[in-house]
Design a protein around this ligand. Sequence first.
Ligand code: SAM
Ligand code: SF4
Length: 326
Amino acid sequence: MIRDNHGRPINYLRLAVTDRCNLRCFYCMPEEGIKFLPKPHLLTFEEMVRMVSIMAEMGINKVRITGGEPFVRKDMMQLLQSITELNGIEQVNITTNGVLTAPLVPELKALGISSVNLSLDTLDRQRFIDMTRRDELSSVLKTLDALLENDIKTKINAVIMAGKNDEDIIPMVKLAKDLPVSVRFIEEMPFNGSGINKEAFMSHTRIIDMIRETYPSLHKLQDEPNSTSYNYAINDFKGSVGVIAAFSRTFCGTCNRIRVTPTGTLKTCLYDDGVMNIRDLLRSENDNGVIKEKLYTAFTNRAKDGFEAESLRSAEVTESMTTIGG
Ligand code: SAM
Ligand code: SF4
């Protein structure tokens, strides 16, 4: 396994398989969408599989498929099958908005998908429409049911913003009372296609304080190594709750992940603006050994944390999360 220049093992790839999406979450994209890139700019199915197999030989054993919305890709199930079959890949997880996912869940189970992160910011239909600009709450809830019926480990991810959906925090926590889900609240980051909205920012500590006011039995759980979430239990709850300090960046010291965008840009930190283009290399280089060497150099020259990575960028963060994958 590779260790980076700060001694952190690198074994986790987050692969954004498309920049397209069927929702328009306002913290991720402007209402009119972004300028989606022409298909030839995006990694092909074959390029993705080749890249992941090269990385698997370097010690990547866990892959998260994200996007854009992964399931808007027509070849998504074949891609998942090819990636799950690669030597060395032990875990394949997916992050989805759940709009198209429900009917595919039995197939995901059959493929051995380890866990699914379902993005859901509110249980209120009108707020869902306001936040995502689409009327799809019922499809997302069907996906939640299907995941639980098929016994797939499920985490619900909610981006929380003051005055927008902070009143959803307690109703969402309640989901974990009877359901074996982990409900995680994420700090908003500036990746919305335009820049930061500081007025609505809610820190992970403020979110936890709010939950504790309603549930004084809230207590800390032991987090898994390399976890980005701080996890908590509540007495008599089947599931758990968590917070992700995505903007405060308190977890960088144990970060084991790298990211590849739909255009094949390698990011060794969420906050960098790309350290290398793998797509061009895959298209020009037949020797996997050469690609491995270049990846190794990038993996072992990482910024120490998200603040350093941000300070090294050529321009401020304004890009949409749909071009990165979260
Ligand atoms: N479309 C899929 C989905 O929504 O689950 C996968 C891609 S989405 C970019 C991945 C995650 O990033 C989602 O959980 C989403 O809520 C989160 N996200 C998007 N924009 C964000 C932002 N500005 N701040 C924090 N999280 C964000
Ligand atoms: Fe689409 Fe996910 Fe971005 Fe929402 S957060 S617009 S579902 S990519």
